[in-house]
Design a protein around this ligand. Structure first.
Ligand code: DAT
Ligand code: MG
Length: 166
């Protein structure tokens, strides 16, 4: 199984609802290693860069407002990096489908997400979707020294006595 690292953002909707602990407990089920974590009040520039692939979408402005906490009392984001075998797929499976109405009720988004009557998709968390996206996103949200394990091409180096000597 490929060693991977993945970026998770617990979004302002979940932080405002005090769901952070419950979401973390679900994520821990994947048995991955937590190698980075920080609370961030997200700037417009960071949100735009994070979601730049979606800039042509009709919901883009709303998406930026959501990530910046503008729709949730100025709530911040909890940014996490998890590493381990098949980390990206494992976290995506725990997260569930993008739209909470379509997500399996046993997943994080199925259990805790909702679409508001105003049309905002409150889907609780972001999780990287592939190796390339994960590498880009981790570099965007974390400086290398903020991670307790170094990344190589988006993958964590395994910290063993053997490769420390190499
Ligand atoms: P995911 O977050 O599952 O990777 P994505 O990358 O396609 O999904 O979209 C990023 C975010 O954009 C998603 O978490 C919520 C928002 N979004 C996606 N599709 C949407 C839609 N049809 N209406 C409103 N928001 C949407
Ligand atoms: Mg995505």
């Amino acid at each position: 199984m490929a060693e991977q690292a993945t970026l998770v953002l617990i979004k302002p909707d979940a932080v405002q609802k005090r769901l952070t602990g419950l979401v973390l407990a679900r994520l821990e089920d994947a048995q991955l290693q937590l190698i980075g974590a920080k609370v961030i009040r997200v700037s417009r520039a960071l949100a735009e860069e994070h979601y730049k692939a979606l800039r042509e979408k009709p919901f883009f402005q709303e998406l930026l407002q959501h990530l910046c906490g503008d729709l949730h009392g100025g709530a911040p984001v909890l940014a996490l990096v998890y590493a381990g075998p098949e980390a990206i797929l494992k976290v995506r499976k725990l997260a569930g489908a993008t739209n909470p109405d379509h997500a399996d009720p046993t997943t994080i988004r199925g259990a805790f997400g909702r679409n508001t009557l105003e049309g905002v998709m409150e889907n609780v968390l972001h999780a990287s979707s592939d190796d390339r996206e994960a590498a880009r996103e981790i570099a965007l949200w974390f400086r290398p020294e903020e991670l307790i394990e170094p990344l190589r091409s988006g993958r964590p180096a395994v910290s063993t006595a053997q490769n420390k000597e190499a």
